[in-house]
Design a protein around this ligand. Sequence first.
Ligand SMILES: [Zn+2]
Length: 94
Amino acid sequence: MKLDVYGKPGDFGASGEYENAIVDGVLSQCPFCGGIDIEVVNTHTPHYTVICADCGAKKPCAIGSGKHFKSRGACIRAHGQSFRSAITEWNTRA
Ligand SMILES: [Zn+2]
């Protein structure tokens, strides 16, 4: 997982990406179309959604918020938690 943090104190944002998540066994392939072009996306806040680029199926994280953070460390922790949550939700969806 690659997490890019940007911004300044009081207004940190971040975005995450996972390359080769399917190959590494981190993300399951799409349960609807079998697609393997799966992306983990967010806006500037720690709220991540896994999306299938082939059919548009999506599953949001269970842990996430629209918060901004005062410290870089808190920002990284929240984004990491939400990022992993989105992946867990995607892999365990019914
Ligand atoms: Zn799909």
